[in-house]
Write a protein of this length. Structure first.
Length: 252
């Protein structure tokens, strides 16, 4: 039975049990007690496990070293689910202290399994939103990496910070405007659309795009921004027509 096959009260009880057992496993350096949950087939069991690690790290200072040592071992697991959950756990810690988990993402970016690399993207999103300065500094170092998939993953990963603070990520995104790889270029256009529909963001994105010199890409990005204001019309600050009007009035 999966996590969400349970009633709300049963889910709460299970989450409490997972937290308690992981806490005991950390205290006793029992990797199997953590590996058991990190390898579970149910995504939400694994999520509860990595959230438990993040909570333990935050509230139990005396076990922080032990937690990091355990995660270092689990990152070497042959099971991609364990490595994926380890990266997600590192992301929870990175929202508080990025430097102590930086090496997890240096490794995870190059993992041979897509789920682990996707965990890097997801972690980058939440760390960028909550702990942006060191996270974005780290991301910047990979934006011109020779491997196209690394550039694409970093581009995607900084999106969430851009939704509330587009000015923080636009200088990084600008480095990709002449990228010749279609997957990177398409992700860049997607991200520009995603960071332009919240209150005050359209103005910042459009104002910045005026300084970019890849006119073809900018046109595609503006089309995506207009389309996003329709696709996300229930969440966008402006209507699609208001977005069109603003772009026409402020962009030549």
């Amino acid at each position: 039975m999966g996590f969400y096959d349970l009633s709300k009260s049963e889910r709460t009880q299970l989450a409490d049990t997972i937290y308690k057992e992981i806490s005991e496993a950390v205290s006793n350096s029992q990797l199997n007690g953590i590996r058991h949950y990190f390898s579970d087939e149910d995504t939400y069991i694994r999520k509860t496990a990595y959230l438990s690690i993040g909570k333990l790290y935050k509230i139990t200072e005396k076990t922080q070293t032990e937690i990091l040592e355990i995660l270092d071992i689990l990152l070497k697991s042959d099971n991609p689910k364990v490595r994926q959950t380890t990266i997600n756990a590192a992301g929870e810690i990175g929202m508080q202290n990025f430097e102590v988990v930086r090496h997890f993402f240096d490794v995870g970016l190059f993992d041979n399994h897509h789920s682990v690399r996707n965990a890097v993207i997801g972690s980058l999103k939440k760390m960028g939103a909550r702990n942006p300065v060191p996270t974005l500094k780290w991301a910047k170092g990979y934006l011109e990496h020779q491997e196209k998939e690394i550039r694409r993953e970093i581009c995607h990963g900084i999106e969430l910070r851009g939704r509330t603070h587009p000015q923080d990520v636009l200088p990084l995104l600008k480095k990709l405007q002449h990228d010749e790889t279609s997957r990177v270029r398409n992700t860049l256009i997607h991200v520009l659309g995603q960071i332009a529909y919240k209150k005050g963001c359209l103005e910042t994105v459009v104002g910045t795009l005026k300084s970019w010199d890849n006119i073809e890409l900018v046109k595609l990005a503006l089309d995506e921004i207009v389309d996003v204001h329709h696709r996300y019309k229930n969440f966008a600050f402006l209507s699609q027509q208001q977005a069109i009007t603003y772009i026409n009035q402020n962009f030549n």
